[in-house]
Design a protein around this ligand. Structure first.
Ligand code: HAM
Length: 419
């Protein structure tokens, strides 16, 4: 036997029955996006590396440490996308979408790639469901997106998810905050972990959400960004909070939430599910406003806000919940090889009419076929043999209790619909 080849570490196969949960999540997302008027985009999985360096930020862990970057045959530096916002902004600029409509509402569903340390809920290929809204600077847009996430999670009955919000300020107020933060962190440098010591200069905001005990103790006393917000940023944040309350959406203000991407301005938010199945990978989604990203990528000054949800994490939460999938309507067994042709025709025509039919082309003894019928959880089973073909009728046998009844083969659709 040849040596077996395994999948790439951190990149998962999604097989049945899990793939059913994935499909349920994706169709719930499509349904809710449709209700909110968001249209789908599909951008390439590979982009120019510069897009992420400039968009997400060179100093971030995502770009600095986690990107899958390679040269193509012509020596261009390309990267597997680690997230979907910079690609969406690139496509928005490239297709001059602002000329077509003043407000653009997009969503995407697809795989992202980050070379992270793996654990439950944290993978190297993971899927995101995301939305990006371009053209609205008002807080109502931020709140609409958070409402959308809440409605989506509610539709799926994802348990115990809480919403945390923060404001990260803007160019007018954040530099003053960063200076105060760097000053504070430098004074407590020795109590920080090695990574955070290095972050003080590279990405000081990230020190705030380090999980290390020592770092947490230091950051308890760190200055809060909320005390540094300028008037317009404060007013924006107050209005976000007021509108969330207006819609009855519960939230918590978390002044330590930094998010791991450089493009944010003002509102930042995260949806957290404290659940053992996620371990410490408890963020099921996050997002925020990024009013400067489009212009920093060469577009106009277009305000924007968006979010992305981690599909792997949502599916982990849902896999703990029992849920009923649509069972097959009928299992068709064949008594002999002669019945197989007729069975094939019957299976095909019933499927054409929309019924879910199970048929095992291997045939075999009736006993083993009926065992398979039970395992399939079908509502009914039916055996086709010489007798049935001559009579053009068969016994429709309920598999979950009840009496079998004789049904003409032509009347099967009506019999299946009626029961
Ligand atoms: P993010 O917080 O980096 O934001 O990722 C969003 C979500 O993707 C996370 O909350 C998490 O559920 C999931 N996720 C991230 N990394 C992994 C991983 N390695 N394995 C499994 N799931 C993961 C963004 O990506 C932004 N683009 C969101 C955004 C859109 N902001 C504005 N618009």
């Amino acid at each position: 036997m040849s040596q077996k080849i395994s999948g790439v570490k951190g990149m998962n196969d999604i097989l049945p029955p899990d793939s059913r949960i994935w499909r349920r999540v994706e169709s719930a997302a499509r349904e809710v996006f449709d209700r909110f008027g968001y249209e789908e985009i599909r951008t390439p999985i590979v982009e120019d590396t510069a897009l992420f360096v400039r968009g997400v930020g060179e100093g971030t862990d995502i770009v600095g440490k986690e990107m899958y970057t390679f040269e193509d045959k012509s020596g261009r530096s390309l990267s597997l996308r680690p997230e979907g916002t910079a690609p969406a902004a690139r496509a928005y600029i490239e297709h001059s979408v602002h000329n077509l409509e003043p407000v653009t509402h997009w969503f995407y569903i697809g795989p992202m790639f980050r070379y992270e340390r793996m654990k439950t809920g944290r993978y190297r290929q993971f899927w995101q469901i995301g939305a990006e809204a371009f053209g609205v600077k008002e807080p109502a847009q931020d709140v609409e997106l958070m409402d959308l996430v809440v409605q989506f999670l509610r539709a799926l009955q994802v348990p115990n998810v809480s919403l945390s919000i923060n404001s990260l300020g803007d160019d007018a107020c954040r530099p003053k905050y960063l200076a105060a933060l760097v000053d504070y962190l430098s004074r407590h440098r020795d109590a920080l972990c090695a990574e955070c010591r290095e972050r003080i200069d590279r990405n000081p905001l990230r020190v705030l959400d380090c999980k290390n005990e020592g770092c947490r103790r230091v950051t308890q006393g760190a200055p809060s960004i909320l005390e540094f917000l300028c008037g317009p940023c404060r007013a924006h944040f107050d209005e976000v909070k007021r509108q969330l309350s207006l819609l009855g959406l519960k939230y918590e203000v978390d002044p330590r939430m930094a998010r791991g991407l450089d493009y944010y301005t003002r509102t930042a938010f995260e949806f957290i599910a404290e659940h053992p199945s996620l371990g410490t990978a408890s963020a099921v989604g996050g997002g925020g406003r990024y009013d400067k990203l489009v212009s920093s990528l060469g577009g106009l000054e277009i305000p924007a806000v968006g979010f992305a949800l981690g599909v792997d994490r949502i599916c982990l939460l849902l896999s703990e919940q029992p849920h009923a999938d649509r069972a097959p309507d009928l299992f068709i067994a064949t008594a002999d090889d002669k019945a197989k042709d007729e069975a094939l025709k019957l299976v095909s025509s019933l499927r054409r009419e929309g019924f879910r039919i199970e048929f095992d082309g291997r045939g075999g003894s009736l006993k083993s076929q009926m065992k398979r019928a039970d395992k399939s959880l079908a509502r009914f089973a039916l055996v086709l043999g010489e007798n049935e073909l001559t009579m053009r009728a068969a016994q429709l046998k309920p598999l979950r209790g009840g009496e079998p009844k004789s049904v003409s083969l032509d009347a099967l659709p009506a019999a299946l619909s009626a029961s």
